[in-house]
Design a protein around this ligand. Structure first.
Ligand code: GDD
Ligand code: MG
Length: 347
Protein backbone atom coordinates (compact mmCIF):
# COMPACT_ATOMS: atom_id res chain seq x y z
CA UNK A 1 0.00 0.00 0.00
CA UNK A 2 1.26 3.45 -0.91
CA UNK A 3 1.02 6.57 1.21
CA UNK A 4 0.17 10.01 -0.16
CA UNK A 5 1.42 12.81 2.07
CA UNK A 6 -0.29 16.19 1.70
CA UNK A 7 2.45 18.74 2.17
CA UNK A 8 1.44 21.64 -0.07
CA UNK A 9 -0.28 24.03 2.35
CA UNK A 10 1.06 27.51 3.00
CA UNK A 11 1.29 27.09 6.77
CA UNK A 12 -0.22 30.54 7.29
CA UNK A 13 -0.87 30.07 11.01
CA UNK A 14 2.77 29.19 11.62
CA UNK A 15 4.30 32.24 9.99
CA UNK A 16 6.95 33.53 10.00
CA UNK A 17 8.51 30.07 10.50
CA UNK A 18 6.78 28.76 7.37
CA UNK A 19 7.42 31.87 5.28
CA UNK A 20 9.85 29.94 3.07
CA UNK A 21 9.39 26.44 4.39
CA UNK A 22 6.64 23.83 4.05
CA UNK A 23 5.19 23.26 7.53
CA UNK A 24 5.95 19.51 7.55
CA UNK A 25 9.66 20.42 7.17
CA UNK A 26 9.66 22.26 10.50
CA UNK A 27 12.00 20.34 12.77
CA UNK A 28 10.64 18.28 15.64
CA UNK A 29 13.50 17.33 17.94
CA UNK A 30 16.05 18.67 15.43
CA UNK A 31 14.85 16.63 12.45
CA UNK A 32 12.19 17.70 9.91
CA UNK A 33 8.85 16.26 11.01
CA UNK A 34 8.43 14.84 7.50
CA UNK A 35 11.53 12.72 8.05
CA UNK A 36 10.09 11.25 11.27
CA UNK A 37 6.83 10.65 9.44
CA UNK A 38 8.50 8.79 6.57
CA UNK A 39 10.64 6.75 8.99
CA UNK A 40 7.47 5.80 10.92
CA UNK A 41 5.72 4.68 7.72
CA UNK A 42 8.73 2.62 6.73
CA UNK A 43 8.67 0.91 10.15
CA UNK A 44 5.09 -0.07 9.41
CA UNK A 45 6.03 -1.56 6.05
CA UNK A 46 4.98 1.38 3.85
CA UNK A 47 7.89 2.10 1.54
CA UNK A 48 6.22 3.69 -1.46
CA UNK A 49 5.45 7.30 -0.79
CA UNK A 50 4.01 10.11 -2.86
CA UNK A 51 4.38 13.66 -1.59
CA UNK A 52 1.98 16.33 -2.88
CA UNK A 53 4.09 19.50 -2.81
CA UNK A 54 3.28 23.13 -3.60
CA UNK A 55 4.70 25.71 -1.15
CA UNK A 56 8.54 25.83 -1.52
CA UNK A 57 8.62 22.32 -3.02
CA UNK A 58 12.41 22.39 -3.46
CA UNK A 59 12.87 22.39 0.33
CA UNK A 60 11.27 18.94 0.39
CA UNK A 61 12.66 17.58 -2.88
CA UNK A 62 16.26 18.69 -2.19
CA UNK A 63 16.13 17.07 1.24
CA UNK A 64 14.59 13.69 0.39
CA UNK A 65 15.23 13.24 -3.34
CA UNK A 66 14.02 9.82 -4.45
CA UNK A 67 14.01 8.59 -0.86
CA UNK A 68 16.86 6.13 -1.33
CA UNK A 69 18.82 7.45 1.64
CA UNK A 70 15.88 6.65 3.92
CA UNK A 71 15.30 3.27 2.28
CA UNK A 72 11.98 4.26 0.69
CA UNK A 73 10.77 5.22 -2.77
CA UNK A 74 9.47 8.80 -2.99
CA UNK A 75 7.66 10.44 -5.89
CA UNK A 76 6.28 13.94 -6.05
CA UNK A 77 3.17 15.54 -7.50
CA UNK A 78 3.15 19.22 -8.38
CA UNK A 79 0.29 21.68 -8.47
CA UNK A 80 0.43 24.73 -10.73
CA UNK A 81 -2.19 26.30 -8.45
CA UNK A 82 -3.12 24.97 -5.01
CA UNK A 83 -5.61 22.17 -5.61
CA UNK A 84 -6.84 21.78 -2.05
CA UNK A 85 -6.77 18.60 0.02
CA UNK A 86 -8.93 16.53 -2.37
CA UNK A 87 -7.57 18.14 -5.54
CA UNK A 88 -4.10 17.05 -4.43
CA UNK A 89 -5.33 13.46 -4.09
CA UNK A 90 -6.93 13.56 -7.55
CA UNK A 91 -3.72 15.02 -8.95
CA UNK A 92 -1.82 11.95 -7.71
CA UNK A 93 -4.25 9.53 -9.39
CA UNK A 94 -1.68 8.09 -11.81
CA UNK A 95 0.68 7.20 -8.93
CA UNK A 96 -1.85 5.56 -6.59
CA UNK A 97 -2.96 1.92 -6.39
CA UNK A 98 -6.28 0.25 -5.62
CA UNK A 99 -6.10 1.18 -1.91
CA UNK A 100 -3.90 3.84 -0.34
CA UNK A 101 -3.41 5.90 2.81
CA UNK A 102 -3.58 9.70 2.71
CA UNK A 103 -1.97 11.70 5.51
CA UNK A 104 -1.97 15.41 6.33
CA UNK A 105 1.80 15.77 6.62
CA UNK A 106 1.55 18.43 9.32
CA UNK A 107 0.11 16.22 12.04
CA UNK A 108 2.58 14.84 14.51
CA UNK A 109 1.45 11.38 15.40
CA UNK A 110 2.40 7.76 16.07
CA UNK A 111 -0.69 6.20 14.50
CA UNK A 112 -0.91 2.50 13.81
CA UNK A 113 -1.88 2.46 10.12
CA UNK A 114 -2.41 -1.30 10.10
CA UNK A 115 -5.10 -1.01 12.78
CA UNK A 116 -6.92 1.52 10.58
CA UNK A 117 -6.67 -0.80 7.58
CA UNK A 118 -8.15 -3.64 9.66
CA UNK A 119 -11.17 -1.53 10.62
CA UNK A 120 -11.45 -0.41 7.01
CA UNK A 121 -11.57 -3.99 5.76
CA UNK A 122 -13.96 -5.15 8.42
CA UNK A 123 -16.49 -2.43 7.59
CA UNK A 124 -16.00 -2.60 3.84
CA UNK A 125 -15.90 1.20 3.69
CA UNK A 126 -14.93 3.32 0.70
CA UNK A 127 -13.06 5.63 3.05
CA UNK A 128 -11.97 5.20 6.65
CA UNK A 129 -11.18 8.39 8.51
CA UNK A 130 -8.87 8.20 11.53
CA UNK A 131 -10.44 10.00 14.50
CA UNK A 132 -9.20 11.52 17.74
CA UNK A 133 -10.99 13.33 20.57
CA UNK A 134 -10.14 16.91 21.47
CA UNK A 135 -11.53 19.38 23.99
CA UNK A 136 -12.20 22.14 21.43
CA UNK A 137 -13.19 20.67 18.06
CA UNK A 138 -13.91 24.05 16.40
CA UNK A 139 -10.58 24.13 14.55
CA UNK A 140 -10.98 20.69 13.03
CA UNK A 141 -13.26 18.50 10.94
CA UNK A 142 -15.89 17.11 13.30
CA UNK A 143 -17.84 13.90 12.81
CA UNK A 144 -21.11 12.43 13.94
CA UNK A 145 -21.23 8.63 13.96
CA UNK A 146 -23.79 5.90 14.22
CA UNK A 147 -23.36 3.07 16.76
CA UNK A 148 -21.31 0.96 14.32
CA UNK A 149 -18.80 3.75 13.76
CA UNK A 150 -20.14 4.83 10.40
CA UNK A 151 -19.78 8.56 9.83
CA UNK A 152 -23.17 10.12 9.14
CA UNK A 153 -22.07 13.76 9.18
CA UNK A 154 -18.79 15.58 8.60
CA UNK A 155 -18.56 19.30 9.42
CA UNK A 156 -15.34 21.19 8.82
CA UNK A 157 -14.48 23.78 11.48
CA UNK A 158 -17.95 24.30 12.96
CA UNK A 159 -18.46 27.49 14.98
CA UNK A 160 -17.50 27.08 18.64
CA UNK A 161 -20.30 25.33 20.54
CA UNK A 162 -21.99 23.98 17.42
CA UNK A 163 -19.87 20.87 16.85
CA UNK A 164 -21.90 17.63 16.81
CA UNK A 165 -19.23 15.87 18.93
CA UNK A 166 -15.65 16.10 20.18
CA UNK A 167 -14.49 13.48 17.73
CA UNK A 168 -12.43 14.98 14.98
CA UNK A 169 -10.76 14.08 11.74
CA UNK A 170 -7.16 13.14 12.56
CA UNK A 171 -6.04 13.75 8.97
CA UNK A 172 -5.30 10.09 8.18
CA UNK A 173 -7.48 8.28 5.65
CA UNK A 174 -7.57 4.80 4.18
CA UNK A 175 -9.12 5.07 0.73
CA UNK A 176 -10.35 2.79 -2.00
CA UNK A 177 -9.51 3.95 -5.50
CA UNK A 178 -13.22 4.56 -6.20
CA UNK A 179 -12.96 7.77 -4.17
CA UNK A 180 -10.99 9.32 -7.02
CA UNK A 181 -14.08 9.20 -9.21
CA UNK A 182 -15.88 11.44 -6.76
CA UNK A 183 -13.26 14.20 -7.03
CA UNK A 184 -13.47 16.59 -9.99
CA UNK A 185 -10.14 17.17 -11.77
CA UNK A 186 -8.45 20.46 -12.58
CA UNK A 187 -9.81 22.69 -9.83
CA UNK A 188 -9.40 23.28 -6.13
CA UNK A 189 -11.39 20.75 -4.11
CA UNK A 190 -11.50 20.44 -0.33
CA UNK A 191 -11.76 16.87 0.91
CA UNK A 192 -13.30 18.13 4.14
CA UNK A 193 -15.84 20.60 2.79
CA UNK A 194 -16.76 18.85 -0.45
CA UNK A 195 -15.66 15.25 -0.88
CA UNK A 196 -16.50 13.72 2.52
CA UNK A 197 -19.94 15.39 2.81
CA UNK A 198 -20.85 14.39 -0.75
CA UNK A 199 -19.71 10.76 -0.30
CA UNK A 200 -21.85 10.56 2.86
CA UNK A 201 -24.83 12.18 1.09
CA UNK A 202 -24.51 9.70 -1.78
CA UNK A 203 -24.77 6.82 0.71
CA UNK A 204 -21.20 5.55 0.39
CA UNK A 205 -19.76 4.00 3.50
CA UNK A 206 -17.44 6.40 5.30
CA UNK A 207 -16.15 4.76 8.45
CA UNK A 208 -14.57 6.28 11.54
CA UNK A 209 -11.72 4.50 13.32
CA UNK A 210 -9.95 5.63 16.48
CA UNK A 211 -6.32 6.60 16.13
CA UNK A 212 -4.32 5.46 19.12
CA UNK A 213 -1.05 6.90 20.32
CA UNK A 214 0.22 10.45 20.25
CA UNK A 215 -1.55 12.95 17.99
CA UNK A 216 -1.18 16.71 17.58
CA UNK A 217 -1.75 19.04 14.64
CA UNK A 218 1.36 21.22 14.31
CA UNK A 219 -0.87 24.06 13.02
CA UNK A 220 0.11 27.00 15.20
CA UNK A 221 3.26 28.12 17.00
CA UNK A 222 1.62 27.28 20.31
CA UNK A 223 0.93 23.72 19.29
CA UNK A 224 4.40 23.47 17.76
CA UNK A 225 5.84 24.36 21.17
CA UNK A 226 3.55 21.91 22.94
CA UNK A 227 4.76 19.10 20.66
CA UNK A 228 8.30 19.83 21.79
CA UNK A 229 7.46 19.86 25.49
CA UNK A 230 5.64 16.55 24.97
CA UNK A 231 8.74 15.20 23.28
CA UNK A 232 10.96 16.33 26.16
CA UNK A 233 8.50 14.89 28.70
CA UNK A 234 8.52 11.53 26.92
CA UNK A 235 4.83 11.74 25.92
CA UNK A 236 5.85 11.73 22.27
CA UNK A 237 8.40 9.07 21.40
CA UNK A 238 10.64 9.71 18.41
CA UNK A 239 14.07 8.55 17.50
CA UNK A 240 16.37 11.40 18.46
CA UNK A 241 19.97 12.01 17.52
CA UNK A 242 22.65 12.23 20.21
CA UNK A 243 23.19 10.57 23.56
CA UNK A 244 21.73 10.87 27.01
CA UNK A 245 24.11 12.89 29.19
CA UNK A 246 22.02 12.64 32.31
CA UNK A 247 18.37 12.25 33.14
CA UNK A 248 16.41 14.46 30.73
CA UNK A 249 19.55 15.84 29.08
CA UNK A 250 20.38 14.76 25.56
CA UNK A 251 23.22 16.14 23.46
CA UNK A 252 24.53 15.54 19.96
CA UNK A 253 28.04 14.85 18.71
CA UNK A 254 30.91 17.30 19.07
CA UNK A 255 28.93 19.62 21.30
CA UNK A 256 31.05 21.64 23.71
CA UNK A 257 29.76 22.79 27.03
CA UNK A 258 31.95 25.24 28.95
CA UNK A 259 32.72 24.76 32.64
CA UNK A 260 30.08 26.47 34.68
CA UNK A 261 27.42 26.34 31.99
CA UNK A 262 24.20 24.71 33.12
CA UNK A 263 21.91 22.35 31.28
CA UNK A 264 18.60 22.20 33.12
CA UNK A 265 16.46 19.19 32.18
CA UNK A 266 14.51 18.47 30.20
CA UNK A 267 16.70 19.68 27.39
CA UNK A 268 17.77 18.53 23.93
CA UNK A 269 20.92 19.94 22.37
CA UNK A 270 22.00 19.16 18.81
CA UNK A 271 25.42 18.39 17.35
CA UNK A 272 28.39 20.78 17.09
CA UNK A 273 26.80 23.24 19.50
CA UNK A 274 28.94 25.51 21.67
CA UNK A 275 27.62 26.59 25.05
CA UNK A 276 29.60 29.31 26.80
CA UNK A 277 30.51 29.88 30.45
CA UNK A 278 27.66 30.52 32.85
CA UNK A 279 25.07 30.02 30.12
CA UNK A 280 21.83 28.38 31.24
CA UNK A 281 20.00 26.16 28.78
CA UNK A 282 16.65 24.69 29.82
CA UNK A 283 14.37 23.68 31.30
CA UNK A 284 12.43 22.95 28.14
CA UNK A 285 14.93 23.98 25.52
CA UNK A 286 15.62 22.42 22.16
CA UNK A 287 18.81 23.66 20.51
CA UNK A 288 19.46 22.78 16.86
CA UNK A 289 22.74 21.68 15.30
CA UNK A 290 25.62 24.17 14.95
CA UNK A 291 24.14 26.70 17.36
CA UNK A 292 26.17 28.97 19.59
CA UNK A 293 24.95 29.91 23.05
CA UNK A 294 27.13 32.72 24.31
CA UNK A 295 28.59 33.38 27.75
CA UNK A 296 25.93 34.05 30.34
CA UNK A 297 23.08 33.59 27.86
CA UNK A 298 19.82 31.99 29.01
CA UNK A 299 17.52 29.89 26.88
CA UNK A 300 14.41 28.54 28.56
CA UNK A 301 11.15 27.12 27.18
CA UNK A 302 12.46 27.84 23.69
CA UNK A 303 13.23 26.11 20.42
CA UNK A 304 16.19 27.17 18.31
CA UNK A 305 16.52 25.74 14.83
CA UNK A 306 19.93 24.97 13.31
CA UNK A 307 22.80 27.49 13.14
CA UNK A 308 21.34 30.03 15.56
CA UNK A 309 23.34 32.23 17.88
CA UNK A 310 22.18 33.54 21.23
CA UNK A 311 25.08 35.90 21.89
CA UNK A 312 26.58 36.81 25.26
CA UNK A 313 24.00 37.49 27.99
CA UNK A 314 21.05 37.24 25.60
CA UNK A 315 17.89 35.86 27.18
CA UNK A 316 15.22 33.90 25.40
CA UNK A 317 12.08 32.71 27.08
CA UNK A 318 9.21 30.93 25.29
CA UNK A 319 10.70 31.72 21.86
CA UNK A 320 10.96 29.89 18.56
CA UNK A 321 13.92 30.93 16.45
CA UNK A 322 14.26 30.06 12.74
CA UNK A 323 17.46 28.63 11.21
CA UNK A 324 20.54 30.83 11.09
CA UNK A 325 19.17 33.69 13.17
CA UNK A 326 21.48 35.65 15.44
CA UNK A 327 20.26 37.20 18.67
CA UNK A 328 22.59 40.03 19.64
CA UNK A 329 24.34 40.33 23.02
CA UNK A 330 22.08 41.32 25.92
CA UNK A 331 18.93 41.12 23.84
CA UNK A 332 15.87 39.97 25.76
CA UNK A 333 13.22 38.05 23.89
CA UNK A 334 10.02 36.84 25.45
CA UNK A 335 7.45 34.80 23.50
CA UNK A 336 9.04 35.77 20.20
CA UNK A 337 8.63 33.75 17.03
CA UNK A 338 11.35 34.98 14.70
CA UNK A 339 12.80 33.92 11.39
CA UNK A 340 15.33 35.17 8.86
CA UNK A 341 15.59 34.85 5.09
CA UNK A 342 18.81 32.99 4.22
CA UNK A 343 21.31 35.28 2.47
CA UNK A 344 21.52 32.90 -0.47
CA UNK A 345 17.83 33.39 -1.23
CA UNK A 346 16.47 36.22 -3.32
CA UNK A 347 14.22 38.74 -1.66
N1 GDD B 1 -0.72 19.50 -1.94
C1 GDD B 1 -1.52 20.27 -1.23
N2 GDD B 1 -2.29 21.19 -1.88
N3 GDD B 1 -1.56 20.13 0.10
C2 GDD B 1 -2.40 20.93 0.80
C3 GDD B 1 -3.21 21.89 0.20
C4 GDD B 1 -3.14 22.03 -1.23
O1 GDD B 1 -3.81 22.86 -1.85
N4 GDD B 1 -3.91 22.52 1.17
C5 GDD B 1 -3.55 21.96 2.33
N5 GDD B 1 -2.62 20.99 2.12
C6 GDD B 1 -1.99 20.13 3.11
C7 GDD B 1 -1.27 20.91 4.21
O2 GDD B 1 0.11 21.06 3.90
C8 GDD B 1 -1.47 20.04 5.43
O3 GDD B 1 -0.44 19.07 5.58
C9 GDD B 1 -2.77 19.30 5.16
O4 GDD B 1 -3.00 19.41 3.75
C10 GDD B 1 -3.95 19.87 5.94
O5 GDD B 1 -4.07 21.24 5.71
P1 GDD B 1 -4.18 22.31 6.89
O6 GDD B 1 -4.27 23.65 6.27
O7 GDD B 1 -3.12 22.07 7.90
O8 GDD B 1 -5.61 21.94 7.46
P2 GDD B 1 -6.13 22.08 8.96
O9 GDD B 1 -5.12 21.68 9.94
O10 GDD B 1 -6.76 23.42 9.12
O11 GDD B 1 -7.33 21.00 8.96
C11 GDD B 1 -7.14 19.69 8.47
O12 GDD B 1 -6.47 18.87 9.42
C12 GDD B 1 -7.20 18.62 10.64
C13 GDD B 1 -6.38 17.67 11.48
O13 GDD B 1 -5.16 18.19 11.77
C14 GDD B 1 -8.51 19.09 8.12
O14 GDD B 1 -8.27 17.88 7.45
C15 GDD B 1 -9.35 18.87 9.36
O15 GDD B 1 -10.56 18.24 9.03
C16 GDD B 1 -8.57 18.01 10.36
O16 GDD B 1 -9.34 17.85 11.56
MG1 MG C 1 -3.11 21.24 9.85
Amino acid sequence: MKALLLAGGFGTRMRPLTERLPKPMAPVGNRPWLEHLIAGLKEQGIREIVIAVKHYPERIIDYFGDGRKLGVDIRYTHEPVPLGTAGAVKNAEALLGSRFVVINADIVHRADIRALVETHERSGAMVTIGLVEVADPSQFGVVEQSADGRIVRFVEKPPRGEAPSNRINAGIYIMERDVLQAIPAGREVSIERETFPSLIAAGHRVQGADVSGYWMDMGTSDRYRRIHWDLLDGKLELELPGRELGRGIRIGEDTEIAQGAMLVPPVLVGSRVTIGERAVVGPYAVIGDDCVIGRGARVTHSILWDRCTAAEAAQLNRCIVGSGLKIDPRHLLHEAVVNVIPEAETI
